[in-house]
Design a protein around this ligand. Structure first.
Ligand code: MN
Ligand code: MN
Length: 273
């Protein structure tokens, strides 16, 4: 699946893993549902800037990684290898989770390729736990693991509204810049120097816009605000993931359609800017 990739392409990659979820399974089925929404015929594949992913020769789907119903360090290592193989072609990677534990190996692979990598993390949760009952690879832990690599220049978190005392300590320890919902304003524009990886947890959105997630956290961002943030932030976007869609909780597939919209907007930015 990777032998057709060349430099400048955008590789779509599914990561069907949800065994590191602390509360519910379901996100393993997300990559398939997002592709269905993207190709449903209900909408075209043109992003708002006019980039048509449907006809762009550089937009390539490289399929799903073989991690379904797997877990632990072996599954995490497979994800890092799958990402690194694609990045080695010079392509940029747009990954579809999966629960948020997949961000740790995805960001690690990007940090090895791009020195001075910045991370923009959009989520209702800081995901900075040192450990969860299911271990250090839980979907509430990936940004602690990422920061422990020492390879990340800046981690900026947006949309946060569940910060507890332990994660506040972790944020301070790692120097994380947290823009919580209380301080959010619609014209907030993060500025980065150098390469940027975007990790987008769909529960950053208010459940009114995106009910198909495992953890409903009211008081969140609108779909429009996230689209504008994706378009507006300053820096060189080099890779992204969209995680935590839970199709079991998604009436009418509406959250899958929101995710498909983000695929178009992120895909267009990766291809053209
Ligand atoms: Mn998350
Ligand atoms: Mn979350």
């Amino acid at each position: 699946m990777t032998d057709t990739l060349t430099s400048g392409d955008v590789a779509l990659m599914g990561v069907p893993l949800d065994m590191h979820s602390s509360f519910l399974q379901g996100p393993a089925f997300a990559p398939g549902r997002i592709r269905e929404a993207l190709h449903s015929g209900a909408a075209n594949l043109t992003a708002e800037d006019g980039t048509d992913l449907g006809s762009h020769p550089g937009f390539k789907d490289t399929g799903d990684l073989d991690v379904f119903e797997q877990f632990g360090p072996e599954a995490i290592a497979k994800i890092e290898v799958g990402a690194a193989e694609r990045l080695a072609t010079g392509a940029r990677l747009l990954s579809l989770g999966g629960d948020h534990s997949v961000a740790y190996p995805l960001i690690s692979a990007h940090a090895d390729r791009y020195e001075g990598l910045n991370v923009l993390h959009i989520d209702s949760h800081p995901d900075l736990y040192d450990e969860q009952p299911l271990g250090k690879l839980g979907h509430g832990c990936p940004f602690a693991r990422v920061m422990e690599t020492g390879k990340i220049k800046r981690l900026v978190q947006v949309g946060i509204r569940t910060m507890n005392a332990h994660q506040r300590e972790q944020a301070d320890r790692f120097g994380v810049e947290v823009v919580d919902m209380r301080s959010w304003s619609a014209d907030y524009t993060p500025e980065f120097d150098g390469p940027v990886y975007l990790s987008l947890d769909l529960d950053a959105l208010d459940p009114a816009f995106a009910p198909g997630v495992s953890h409903h956290e009211p008081g969140g961002l609108s779909t429009r605000e996230v689209i504008d943030l994706i378009a507006r932030f300053k820096g060189q976007l080099v890779g992204a993931d969209i995680v935590e869609l839970n199709p079991h909780r998604d009436p009418y597939g509406m959250t899958a359609m929101v995710a498909a919209k983000f695929v178009k907007e992120i895909g267009a930015r990766l291809l053209t800017r």
